[in-house]
Design a protein around this ligand. Structure first.
Ligand SMILES: Cc1cc2nc3c(=O)[nH]c(=O)nc-3n(C[C@H](O)[C@H](O)[C@H](O)COP(=O)(O)O)c2cc1C
Ligand code: SF4
Length: 509
């Protein structure tokens, strides 16, 4: 029986992976060739999807991009033995794109069967939980602090400090809340992890629960991720059946379980206090802080809120020790970052590297430049609220402090590429319009300011040439939103607007 890997990942599926899997099954049945098809995650080389692999005696051999109409010819060419064909890529782990990466958080994505807990364990899974069960909770927390891990959802707050705060609270019930809303444009690392290696997130949440004294976890998953919902439901069921979740997990006398809740499609529900409101069945509206969620969070109880990538990184920190993680990176940005390259780029996908890669290396060495073949003019880093960086600034390091020094932010590490046809005044207008549409309405600078900003941008775009008064009004509006907004939606919208104005003034005049 030959094993074939065909990604069940939503991105690969959108490029025809399901049709390829069906055709492989049908054609092999017809030829009476026994095969087993594993629906793995994507390796993250999206321009080569659907990328299929066959397990041979000499290792896995990849082919891509494969269409359903290629299947018959591939089988004729000896696909099941890794035979030669124009689409043959060989051992994909030796492909420069992957070979040059430092995949540790994303190490198992595309490698393992996301539905098979034994495959997960065979690839090092649950080593972190086993280690955590042998440690007192405060030692687990100390390890996270020592690793230098910072939240990957956007705010980059030191994770261990939050763990310590929740640990120190005495309360009848504490919670772990995983933020899987992944609302930033051009981001997909959370999705890839949940679809391709869901047990890692489950393990990370379990370790967090045991460490801070929480017995219940929630994954707040955006409704637009049905593939991830299915992968999580399957994995949670298996983990429970095999004693990795629930009462007395792994015969430890300890308890932890996880439930998934679907969001309803609002960007603001990714903001942690809105997410907690939404989890409680209320309208997704920002809560005033303090109190911090770590002290008074879900249902008024201490809650550890973390992004998917943050939690999925915990198992390897606990199993390998803080030092091995802390040694990677630059400055205060320790460990690796899961960069997501998208937009007008030739080779888009997932790049996991220690912090310290430059924008230029990412866009050209990995991305291969623009997909249109035209000069790259700008990138937007960190989602719709991130700053635009012009090409001359591409030697900036992709790490928290270097980007802050450029009035930019890393956010969830999405990088969207634009060629020289982009109109930056329109992109500034888009940022304000996005804010106006997604505003929760709680505070005036964001609710009213964003709408006035769209009107102002419309005047600027319509009357290029005589707009100096309007440009200073725009700057003043940005100042008000930046300093007067209650949360990051209104507070960060000035980043794309001001960076567009600063680096591309010619588009506004
Ligand atoms: C408008 C807005 C949207 C956000 N959306 C997300 C999101 O989709 N996913 C996420 O993990 N964090 C998001 N955040 C950040 C969260 O508020 C919070 O900082 C994060 O979930 C904490 O997890 P971390 O410590 O692992 O980063 C958003 C913040 C703001 C202000
Ligand atoms: S900044 Fe916008 S999204 Fe945030 S609380 Fe104020 S109105 Fe709501």
């Amino acid at each position: 029986m030959v094993t074939l890997f065909v990604p069940g990942d939503a991105g690969a599926a959108s490029l025809g992976a399901n049709a390829v899997a069906d055709e492989l099954a049908r054609e092999c049945r017809r030829r009476e060739w026994p095969i087993r098809v594993v629906r793995n995650g994507s390796r993250g080389l999206y321009w080569l999807e659907p990328l299929i692999e066959v397990a041979t005696a000499g290792g896995r051999v990849a082919y891509g991009p494969v269409r359903a109409s290629d299947v018959s010819a591939l089988l004729d060419a000896g696909l099941l033995d890794g035979g030669p064909h124009a689409l043959r890529l060989g051992d994909i782990e030796r492909h420069e794109w992957l070979r040059s990466q430092q995949r540790i958080t994303a190490a198992r994505i595309g490698v393992v069967d996301p539905a098979d807990i034994d495959d997960y364990i065979a690839h090092g899974g649950y080593a972190g939980l086993n280690a955590a069960l042998a440690m007192p909770p405060n030692e687990v927390v100390r390890t996270v602090i020592a690793s230098g891990l910072r939240g990957r959802g956007g705010a980059a707050f030191p994770s261990g400090i939050k763990w310590q705060t929740v640990l120190e609270q005495s309360a009848p019930q504490k919670y772990i809340a995983c933020n899987a809303d992944e609302g930033d444009s051009g981001t997909f690392a959370d999705r890839m992890l949940m679809e391709g290696d869901p047990f890692t997130l489950i393990e990370g949440m379990t370790i967090a629960g045991l460490a801070v004294g929480a017995t219940k976890g929630y994954i707040y998953l955006r409704v637009e991720y049905p593939h991830a919902a299915r992968a999580l439901a399957r994995a949670l069921h298996v983990a429970r059946e095999r004693g990795y979740l629930g009462r007395n997990l792994r015969n430890s006398g300890r308890e932890f379980d996880i439930a998934v809740r679907l969001g309803a499609g609002a960007y603001i529900c990714g903001e942690e206090t809105s997410m907690l409101e939404s989890l409680q069945g209320r309208r997704g509206e920002v809560r005033v802080r303090p109190p911090l969620p770590a002290i008074k969070g879900l249902f008024g109880e201490p809650t550890l809120v973390h992004n998917v990538v943050t939690l999925a990184t915990v198992p390897l920190i606990i199993s390998r020790g803080a030092k091995s993680y802390q040694e990677l990176g630059v400055g205060k940005s320790r460990g690796t970052v899961l960069l997501q390259l998208a937009g007008n780029v030739k080779h888009g996908g997932l790049v996991e590297r220690a912090f310290g890669l430059t924008v230029r290396e990412l866009v050209y060495d990995y991305g291969g430049g623009s997909a249109s073949g035209r000069p790259v003019r700008a990138v937007q880093i960190g989602g719709p609220l991130g700053a635009y960086l012009p090409e001359p600034e591409f030697d900036t390091l992709l790490e928290y402090e270097a980007l802050t020094a450029k009035s930019a932010l890393l956010g969830h590490a999405g990088v969207v590429v634009f060629d020289d046809t982009v109109d930056m005044a329109r992109m500034a207008r888009f940022a304000l319009e996005f804010c106006a549409i997604e505003s929760c309405g709680k505070c005036t600078p964001c609710r009213v300011g964003s709408t006035r900003g769209v009107e102002l941008m419309d005047r600027i775009i319509a009357r290029k040439g005589a707009v100096n008064g309007e440009l200073s009004l725009l700057d003043e509006l940005c100042d008000t939103m930046l300093n007067g907004s209650l949360c990051g939606l209104g507070g960060l919208t000035p980043f794309p607007v001001r960076s567009a104005l600063k680096h591309f003034p010619e588009d506004f005049r």
